[in-house]
Design a protein around this ligand. Structure first.
Ligand code: PLP
Length: 351
């Protein structure tokens, strides 16, 4: 395997602007935070975009704000998500009341899974937050129905869009379906810049609280909660440099995915398509699904893989870790790697 790459335009843009940061002396709370926020608002068509130093810090801050100002104390997350999503909830002082089941075909909860969890919930819905993660690059296909249901029931819906920056469902961007969402630009993500996150919301009250939270509310001094979870200027420039090329990154990943899809289609292998029913992902992961056998028995000769989406389950969805695998897919993946993968798939099936 070789190094993970960024578009040349991103690197050139970063290099040609970094000196200005040092010359201006604005190492924090400066114009790149502003510019990045504006860029995200324009791309994602959202009213508020607040830069933070990680997806996790943004989610903790949102949970704390909903606890402090909206009386929320209980939270549900999905079975198939990053372990840290669980620690995020406790860190924010919530009762983690359930892990929502997930479907193998999407790796996410369906509307029915969500409804079942809410129906079983013994507390008061006005105290509940549902925190759902988009997994693997696509938006949860049922998110519109889930968002409508949560709104009707007065449940706060937070979209953990760590994996899904740039993805759309019916032309609407990830992160914008619930009350608020958070992107991640951590190194392993589809659109990555090392570290950083952005909180997005159309709710101006939440947006304003978040803007004050990230600086301890040290100017207005009205809030009882807050912390420094700001994004340094140099990192804001880094993320800006990458985000401005996000379409090129996704386009390149689609080309690699096309090669894998052709092989999967011709060999009758199920995979999670990221261009189906108006759901266009960013191919964070190219995921093969094996519904019957464990995937290691189905495709025993595949050795050239990247890590599974998760090799554990937080709740009941125990079959998911053993029944999927992920093929290498990153910006400008070398042809010899994808060729090797395809050879291994064919060898596994004896074709
Ligand atoms: C589903 C999910 N949520 C949240 C995060 C946290 O992102 P960050 O590292 O930016 O805090 C990650 C990844 O690291 C993730 O995979």
């Amino acid at each position: 395997m070789s190094t993970i790459k960024l578009p040349k335009n991103s690197i050139d843009f970063f290099k040609s602007n970094q000196n200005k940061i040092f010359e201006s002396g604005n190492l924090a709370e400066g114009p790149w935070n502003e510019q990045l926020s504006k860029k995200i608002k324009t791309i994602c068509n959202v009213k508020n975009a607040i830069c933070v130093n990680s997806n996790g810090s943004g989610l903790v801050a949102l949970l704390l704000i909903y606890k402090e100002y909206y009386g929320r104390t209980d939270v549900m997350i999905q079975s198939n998500t990053m372990y840290g999503v669980k620690t995020i909830t406790k860190t924010a002082g919530y009762n983690l009341v359930d892990f929502i089941d997930c479907q193998l075909k999407t790796l996410m909860p369906s509307f029915d899974d969500l409804k079942k969890a809410v129906d079983n919930y013994k507390g008061k819905v006005k105290q509940l937050v549902v925190l759902l993660s988009d997994i693997g690059g696509i938006i949860n296909p049922d998110i519109e129905k889930i968002a409508k249901f949560c709104k009707e029931k007065n449940i706060i819906l937070l979209e953990d869009a760590a994996h899904s920056f740039g993805s759309t469902l019916n032309k609407k961007f990830s992160g914008t379906f619930g009350n608020a969402g958070v992107y991640s630009y951590y190194s392993t993500k589809a659109i990555f810049a090392g570290e950083g996150g952005i909180v997005v919301t159309d709710d101006n009250n939440i947006g304003n609280l978040m803007k004050d939270f990230i600086a301890y509310d040290r100017f207005k001094q009205k809030m009882e909660i807050g912390c420094n979870i700001r994004l340094p200027e140099i990192q804001a420039l880094m993320i800006y440099s990458v985000v401005k090329e996000y379409k090129e990154i996704i386009k390149n990943k689609f080309k690699i995915a096309e090669k894998y899809s052709e092989t999967c289609n011709s060999c009758n292998i199920k995979y999670i398509s990221q261009n189906e029913n108006s759901n266009i992902g960013n191919y964070y992961k190219f995921t093969i699904i094996s519904s019957n056998k464990n995937v290691s028995d189905f495709l025993p000769k595949i050795k050239t893989t990247t890590s599974k989406v998760y090799d554990y389950s937080l709740g009941n969805s125990k079959e998911i870790p053993n029944k999927h695998l992920c093929l290498p897919i990153w910006f400008e993946l070398e042809e010899n790697i994808s060729d090797k993968v395809i050879k291994e798939i064919k060898e596994s099936l004896g074709v």
